[in-house]
Design a protein around this ligand. Structure first.
Ligand code: ADP
Length: 418
């Protein structure tokens, strides 16, 4: 393994793995820190953690455990991936984890760059923008867990760190890799270990990628990974073929527990050509709908790639939450999808498309999947995933608002054949 990444959440890990696979690296996504060695031939490994909103000391412990495992796999470079909106609080977890990783890896300096131009996240003079708006006016200031009330990333990060935080601005980035290397050296001489670095376009990330070639630790959003595969390729270290082949063969099912506006459109589009079972949370609660009944319904659809969905409009969701409790209903629905997917895969389904971040987590956990190879991209940020479960099992895991209206149809086709 050449590049080892630690992601602070699950769908962010897929997004990063997708970027690395597109860049030509044979990439595997791991669910938590694996208990066994990585398979030979894996060039980039992404360990998906859920450390964004837990206590800083727990985030540090888990991240170091992941780093130790990646180190044992022979990685030359390490990447700490967080959200491109820099989701964190004055306590962490980006600062504490980054400093702990520097210490553990024996590195003296790491770049901080949450930039992801494709989704409008750009950094100028150390200030983070979402589209035309400053981060703190983008809606992120009202985030329930990590309200981002300061767009000045250097100042915000300094609240979380022991050491000083540096800044390299866009003019230096645009002056090219040599100027950037010099600027990093100047920060290093000052004893600064974390350096916020501007970028507003993919080309800036490519320049930055060259300048951080030898950096033991790199940190950022998935955009920071754009410039990394080229370094390994230039050094002749990449074998060549990257994406896992869509090898899954067999019946398909779509399971959607996401109620986002994109998911509502995607479910409606898919229902035009496929049978669907709408899951009424009230029926789950009173026991009149069950995994048994849903599994029997799927079996009766005879290869038509049916969809089972709890997707509902905000008014229905609010109604169900009011009647049964927000957490109770979510747990019940997730538990249902977990039980259903296990039953379906055990009875021969080989292609599973899932809508919803939490729902995806429940599905992957229920199937006992510990690692997945990254295949071709279906829509931006959502790749085909191939897991091993009595033969290749094709998956697509889509978080809330990702994907075009025809996402489910495309995903079913791209992850394998009937
Ligand atoms: P997204 O990625 O769109 O946020 P998630 O799967 O992460 O989707 O979250 C959706 C949450 O809503 C899950 O916990 C799911 O169990 C719950 N849920 C799904 N359908 C309903 C519904 N009809 N009513 C209430 N809660 C629901």
């Amino acid at each position: 393994m050449l590049l080892g990444a630690i992601a602070d959440d699950f769908t962010g890990a897929s997004d990063l793995a997708n970027t690395l696979a597109k860049g030509g690296m044979a990439t595997t996504q791991f669910v938590g820190v694996p208990a066994t060695e990585a398979a030979a031939g894996c060039e980039a490994g992404v360990v998906a953690l859920k450390t964004r909103s837990i206590a800083p000391e727990d985030a540090v412990t888990q991240s170091l455990e992941a780093a130790d495992w990646l180190k044992a796999q022979g990685c030359e470079q390490f990447l700490f991936k967080y959200c491109s909106t820099f989701d964190s609080t004055p306590q962490g977890n980006i600062g504490p984890v980054a400093e702990a990783l520097l210490d553990r890896l024996g590195a003296d300096l790491a770049v901080i760059c949450p930039v992801f131009p494709a989704t409008g996240r750009r950094l100028f003079m150390g200030h983070l923008f979402v589209g035309e708006k400053l981060l703190s006016e983008s809606g992120m200031e009202k985030h329930p867990l990590t309200p981002m009330t300061d767009p000045n990333i250097r100042r915000w990060l300094r609240l979380q760190t022991r050491g000083e935080v540096g800044l390299i601005t866009l003019d230096t980035v645009r002056a090219g890799p040599a100027a950037l290397t010099e600027a990093f050296e100047a920060e290093r001489k000052k004893g600064v270990r974390l350096v916020v670095t501007d970028a507003v376009a993919d080309s800036d990330l490519m320049t930055l990628g060259v300048a951080i070639t030898g950096h033991r630790l790199v940190t950022g959003g998935s955009g920071i990974a754009l410039g990394l595969p080229q370094n390994f390729r230039r050094a002749g270290k990449l074998v060549g073929k990257s994406n896992a082949k869509a090898a899954a063969k067999g019946p398909a099912v779509v399971l959607c527990g996401s109620c986002s506006t994109a998911s509502q459109r995607q479910v409606a589009a898919y229902l035009k050509a496929h049978p669907g079972l709408a899951l009424d949370p009230a029926k789950l609660m009173d026991g009149s709908m069950s995994v048994d009944k849903a599994a029997a319904w799927v079996a009766a659809q005879d290869g038509a790639a049916p969809i089972v969905y709890s997707t509902a409009d905000p008014v229905s969701v609010a109604g169900a939450q009011q009647s049964f409790g927000r957490e109770e209903i979510a747990a019940k629905v997730e538990h249902f999808f977990a039980g259903l997917v296990r039953r379906l895969v055990d009875s021969g389904v080989r292609r599973v498309v899932v809508g919803g971040g939490e729902t995806s987590g429940a599905v992957v956990e229920a199937l006992g999947i510990t690692n997945m190879s990254i295949g071709e991209e279906i829509d931006p940020g959502v790749p085909v995933l191939v897991a091993e479960r009595n033969g290749p099992l094709g998956l697509a895991l889509k978080s809330g608002n990702f994907g075009a209206d025809d996402f489910f149809e495309k995903a079913v086709e791209r992850i394998g054949t009937a």
